[in-house]
Design a protein around this ligand. Sequence first.
Ligand SMILES: [Zn+2]
Length: 213
Amino acid sequence: MLYATDETGERIKPYPKERALCPWCKSDMTSVCGDINTWHWRHLTKQNCNYKGETEWHRAWKTLSEKYGCHVEKIIGNGEHIADVVVRDPRQCKGSIIELQHSSITAEEVIDRCEFYLKNRYKTTWLFDFTDKYESGHIEFTELDGTGNPMILNQKWQKRILLSLVSESFYPKFGRIYIDIGKEKIFMIRKVYENGNGWGYFRNKKYIFSKNL
Ligand SMILES: [Zn+2]
């Protein structure tokens, strides 16, 4: 978590040897300020908190999103969820949410989260960390027409989640689905077919913060 709260409820960033409160469960948090990872907060003791911890991948994306004027770790509704990133969009009253997903998740959980945020008047775009899948050869990309963009996405295993998410009903009701393969650009999926393969575009990372709807 990049922000904890002080006794007055103010959001505070970590600095060395500091204590603060979890904005979700209100228990004590301690700052983790090392030389390698992004400075962050973690629970002082193991808590039964909805906040399940996060990876350096999450922190790097949150840090980048703040550079583009986004709000991170926003509590939505009555505290049922903390949105990773909220993109402010003047065309909508509230903007849209980007969920950063590193661990595996079912399509049902994704849709439930989207429906919850939609009830609170946010659309939701998802960014999946598929770096491991890409590096282990589970997914690969081939050129469609020699221009380098669009690209064909080939999935070798675990095809179901993308197939069920990138359906006719997901967009434009919710946001887009992107995948991060640990490269300079992220991949915006436009279509997935019955066989699990599909196509889309590689985009600069900042694209997700500005044009994700
Ligand atoms: Zn907590």
